[in-house]
Ligand binder design. Structure first.
Ligand code: CTP
Length: 207
């Protein structure tokens, strides 16, 4: 089996030296890549800029912006059997990218942001007989409802709900929600342990 994993943050540039991004470490996605490889499968790891090294043996495609991520995912999707989307995608980009470095002018600067593409939703639109596992990062009260909405919008088979403390952390607590809205598993521990458990669940249930 050939499994696509998206990981890490994306960056959206305001000028040639400044960008919007987030504190994603890539750990969850890289740990999943390791778990899937250990189970004897192929992994295409499509990753934003992170400080950790990918596990040996996977095909690594390095991306920076959400558009880069979209292009790489589009190109690889056909040849994959499924995707686990852990990437912390930057949902907005500055409307314009200024060439060079914006200099100070002494007055405030207004930044207009426009939405970037929803990469997972696009994969979901061309799903065929592939399986899709999304992640949902929810900080609010209606976390479960929001996660289920994302599952439907992105045509996922399951979505992994976690909270903002997951970003950049060594460990994680997740809840796996299936497309009928039921919570089917909860895992907690180091991202390596959670990845191992999550892959076992995906392999037993969706593959
Ligand atoms: N995702 C994606 N492309 C985006 C945004 C998100 O592929 N532009 C993927 C993420 O990798 C994750 C899932 O969609 O698997 C949900 O991401 P999340 O950030 O929780 O939700 P958003 O769709 O960005 O919605 P919101 O920001 O409104 O919570």
């Amino acid at each position: 089996m050939r499994v696509m994993i998206t990981a890490g943050p994306t960056r959206e540039y305001l000028d040639d030296v400044r960008y919007l991004s987030n504190a994603s470490s890539g750990r969850m996605g890289y740990a999943l890549a390791e778990a899937v490889l250990s189970a004897g499968h192929e992994v295409v790891l499509i990753t934003g800029p992170v400080m950790i090294s990918p596990p040996a043996g996977c095909t690594v495609i390095a991306v920076e912006t959400t558009d880069d991520l979209l292009r790489a995912c589009r190109a690889e999707w056909e040849a994959c059997d499924g995707v686990i989307a852990t990437a912390a995608v930057c949902d907005y980009r500055p409307r314009a990218r200024f060439p060079g470095k914006l200099a100070k002018t002494g007055v405030s600067l207004e930044l207009e942001l426009v939405e970037t593409a929803d990469v997972l939703a696009e994969l979901g639109q061309h799903k065929g007989n592939r399986w899709i596992v999304g992640f949902a990062l929810e900080s609010e009260e209606f976390a479960h409802v929001n996660a289920l909405r994302k599952l439907k919008e992105k045509n996922c088979d399951a979505i992994v709900l976690n909270g903002p403390t997951a970003i950049g952390a060594e460990s994680n607590t997740v809840e796996v929600i299936k497309d009928d809205g039921t919570t089917v598993a909860r895992f907690t521990g180091s991202k390596r342990v959670v990845a191992g458990e999550l892959w076992k669940w995906v392999d037993a249930t969706l593959v």
